[in-house]
Design a protein around this ligand. Structure first.
Ligand code: ZN
Length: 241
């Protein structure tokens, strides 16, 4: 099965449409959460994702915050402003879609989580220590996470030492399990590469291919300005930070 792996769309419909077009036909879509927050088109993004074929989707911390599951003080002031805006603008069908999302999905040999398998909504896997703890606790050979907005892989390398690979090349990669893989962010990349990120997982061959694709950043920025959302969320799209 050719699986499209998406994460951290964050209301950026322009980037999402470009990724879906670039990825082409897929058998299934696995989405790792944060469909909303920061960007100006949360309803459109939810509607688009909800209609994708064979969808498995988990909720992220922004999705949960918009549903009122968390105290907004857990976020910085600009993220909070965008969550408040999203709460005001989210329509009923988008809200019910987000409400039915689990925080963890296990599909045969793959676990899907937003942050990490042991703390799905909050933990960032950005360092070898945190990665190792999660690798040791994983119940499936593969775990796909988002949340950091940076494409990367964590696995046990020579002599059982935890290793990472970043950036991930745009060629098909095979990792020896257990492995934690992050496709990066569709709508708000944070690795200083402004192009939208996603991955294709071949669930039979167990290969992973990372992709970056340029999109019309100016159009996404205009929508953020027009919505009256914090300027910073538009600016950062340009530099990918
Ligand atoms: Zn996010």
């Amino acid at each position: 099965m050719r699986v499209l792996v998406l994460s951290d769309i964050h209301g950026n419909l322009v980037a999402l449409e470009r990724v879906l077009e670039h990825a082409g036909a897929v058998d299934a879509v696995w989405c790792l959460g944060d469909l909303v927050g920061y960007g100006a088109q949360p309803n459109e993004c939810v509607e688009r994702v909800a209609a994708l074929p064979n969808l498995a989707c988990v909720r992220g911390n922004h999705d949960a915050a918009v549903l009122g599951y968390f105290d907004l003080d857990a976020f910085n002031s600009e993220a909070r402003a965008s969550i408040r805006w999203t709460i005001e603008h989210l329509n009923e069908s988008a809200r019910s879609f987000l409400q039915q999302l689990p925080d963890l999905v296990v599909l045969d040999d793959v676990t899907l989580a937003h942050g990490s398998p042991r703390s799905p909504e909050w933990e960032y896997i950005l360092d070898l220590y945190t990665a190792e703890q999660n690798l040791n606790e994983m119940r499936t050979p593969f775990c796909f996470v988002g949340h950091t907005h940076q494409p990367m892989a964590f696995f046990f390398g020579d002599h059982g030492r935890t290793q990472w690979r970043v950036p991930l090349p745009e060629s098909s990669q095979r990792f020896t399990p257990p492995v934690i893989l992050n496709p990066g962010s569709v709508g708000q990349p944070r690795d200083h590469d402004p192009r939208a990120a996603y991955a294709i997982f071949d669930s039979d061959a167990h290969t992973w291919q990372s992709f970056r694709v340029g999109y019309d950043v100016g159009a996404a920025q205009e929508r953020i300005h027009a919505a009256g959302l914090p300027l910073r969320h538009a600016l950062r799209l340009e530099g990918g930070w």
